[in-house]
Design a protein around this ligand. Structure first.
Ligand code: 5GP
Length: 125
């Protein structure tokens, strides 16, 4: 079982940002960027190319909702939304995920901020 399936099942911890019936979003463990967030479908799909269209729509709309929340409500200037498909394209975890990476001067120097503090600033529900 991949690590994101374990997180979805509650068998591995995460700092949750958003959840609905089909989608979970949580902070990336790497701490390279402030607020680096991963948005995943609860049902397992390897990547975008493999994903059922209805679920993909839900994941992308949740990604948009979270990214918009970061910009509109959390004081972030902009966001990168990224998605890798396949090992050769840099995909390390074989469970569909969209990266949201907040950008702007207000994010600089906060890369190593405690996850609980980042969660308090960014949590959507
Ligand atoms: P990829 O290269 O597959 O697009 O990105 C996978 C991401 O998952 C990486 O940014 C990596 O830091 C993150 N990651 C890997 N293992 C874990 C984990 O156990 N928990 C969390 N929250 N993120 C993880």
């Amino acid at each position: 079982m991949d690590i994101f399936c374990k997180i979805i099942k509650g068998e591995s911890p995460c700092y949750k940002i958003y959840e609905d019936d089909d989608v979970l979003a949580f902070l990336d463990i790497s701490q390279k960027y402030f607020g680096h967030t991963l948005v995943v479908p609860k049902k397992h799909f390897a990547n975008t190319l493999d994903c059922d269209d209805e679920i993909l729509k839900k994941v992308i709309l949740a990604t948009k909702k979270i990214a918009k929340h970061y910009v509109d409500d959390c004081g972030v200037s902009g966001v990168n939304i990224l998605n890798n498909n396949g090992k050769e394209a840099g995909q390390m975890v074989e469970h569909l995920h969209y990266h949201i990476i907040p950008q702007g001067k207000e994010c600089k120097g906060k890369e190593k901020m405690d996850f609980v503090e980042q969660q308090k600033i960014l949590k959507l529900n």
